[in-house]
Design a protein around this ligand. Structure first.
Ligand code: UD1
Length: 380
């Protein structure tokens, strides 16, 4: 790796599924001839299944990682520690100009912490988001990564206020927009039509030209690790499916929790079709054509806002408040009546109309790389 990284090279980190769509436009922007900085890619291996990794690299046209740390799963402490231990010698050998991390997963904080202690500048893309919920592992990762970072790129104005409150110097913060929406706009015409994915899953409700369906994703530990909450959510989704058939691409964690709690029967008796984790282009197609999306994902709240599709968020809070104040998102929590009420509202009114937030325009990675080039000139 040493030979690969020169004095103007940025080491970009990915680890888990939601990182892949954020890094793709950044790698593309670094590869433009205007950028005097170039990038290399390191994958920690936090997500390793073909369905959780390989299809994303292919579909998003992300270059093969220059390094794969191959850490795999574990407790948070094990996973974070493993990444740190394996990342340190790579950094020692490669001496990049800076390390760029995205999002809020364990790979983000682990690599940021190793880099900063070696005096290597840390760049955080998607900084400043706060749910206010410290029980969420990602919230801890966000707060700590932002404290360690030298340059912080934010997706919405609220994020700046959050960072100011935590004592981050304002000249480190740059409003660049949302790289996840760069990927969405870049790939929208390549999205796999929903009906193709539904037909593949043998959904009986496939209609021509368009099916009337809802899309579900669930994977947060707070929703799927507690069998009481999981049962409640599956029951309410089963009720909704009687009126709007639901398609449910399942995260491996959720699948194993449903099996462990013996809740498969609940799904079998409903009009919910479960399928394995989907590729990026399949998910884009499923989101785009859905009547409603029910989710606990962070990224999907943003993607549905960009697509103008109603989103019901099955969490008590969101770190992405602009999707509620400007977009199509409603945060309802996990209370059965609140979920049903919100679903009824969406069916009656078609859901919130919303607008696409400022700078969610497909050019965010370009802005980030321009800012980094200017910054590199000042520090070299
Ligand atoms: C991680 C992120 C979360 C993100 C999610 C998207 C953290 C703290 N959480 O959560 O923010 O929304 O990714 O997917 O980093 N597993 C597989 N195959 C894989 C990867 C995981 O089967 O390729 C299973 C393993 O049983 C593992 C479990 O999924 O224990 C959880 O994986 P992990 O990476 O620990 O966290 P996620 O829940 O995926």
């Amino acid at each position: 790796m040493g030979a690969l990284l020169g004095s103007r090279q940025i080491l970009c980190i990915v680890g888990a599924r939601p990182n892949f769509m954020k890094i793709a436009p950044i790698m593309r922007a670094f590869a433009q001839p205007e950028s005097s900085l170039s990038a290399r890619l390191l994958h920690t291996g936090q997500h390793y299944d073909a369905a959780m990794k390989h299809s994303f690299f292919e579909q998003l046209d992300i270059p093969e990682p220059d390094v794969d740390l191959g850490v795999g799963s574990g407790t948070h402490a094990q996973q974070t520690a493993d990444i740190m231990k394996r990342f340190e010698p790579v950094l020692d050998e490669s001496q990049p100009f800076a390390v760029l991390v995205v999002g809020d997963v364990n790979s983000t904080i682990a690599c940021a912490l190793v880099a900063v202690k070696k005096g290597i500048p840390v760049i955080h893309v998607e900084a400043g988001l706060r749910s206010g919920d410290r029980a969420m592992p990602e919230e801890i990762n966000r707060i700590l990564t932002d404290q360690l970072s030298d340059l912080l790129f934010i997706t919405e104005a609220d994020a700046r206020d959050n960072l100011m409150l935590e004592g981050i110097a304002s000249d480190k913060v740059h409003f660049a927009g949302n790289v996840m929406i760069d990927s969405l706009r870049y790939n929208l015409t390549k999205a796999v039509p929903a009906n193709t994915t539904l037909a593949k899953a043998n959904c009986t409700f496939v209609e021509s030209p368009k099916s009337d369906y809802g899309l579900v994703t669930l994977h947060r530990p707070s929703n799927v690790d507690d069998p009481v909450v999981l049962t409640r959510l599956l029951k309410v989704l089963a009720r909704i499916s009687q009126r709007t058939p639901l398609i449910f691409p399942m995260h491996p964690r959720t699948e194993s929790r449903i099996a462990a709690a013996k809740l498969d029967g609940l799904l079998a008796d409903s009009a919910i079709t479960t399928i394995g984790p989907q590729g990026y282009l399949e998910m884009l197609g499923l989101m785009k054509d859905a009547r409603v999306v029910l989710t606990d994902s962070g990224g999907i709240q943003e993607e549905t806002t960009a697509l103008g599709v109603p989103c019901i968020t099955l969490r008590e809070n969101t770190e992405r408040p602009i999707t509620v104040s400007q977009g199509t998102n409603t945060v309802v929590g996990t209370d059965v009546d609140a979920i049903l009420q919100c679903y009824e509202d969406v069916m009656e009114t078609g859901g919130k109309v919303g607008r696409v937030p400022d700078l969610w325009d497909g050019e965010s990675a370009q802005r980030i790389v321009q800012t980094l080039n200017a910054w590199a000139d000042t520090v070299e």
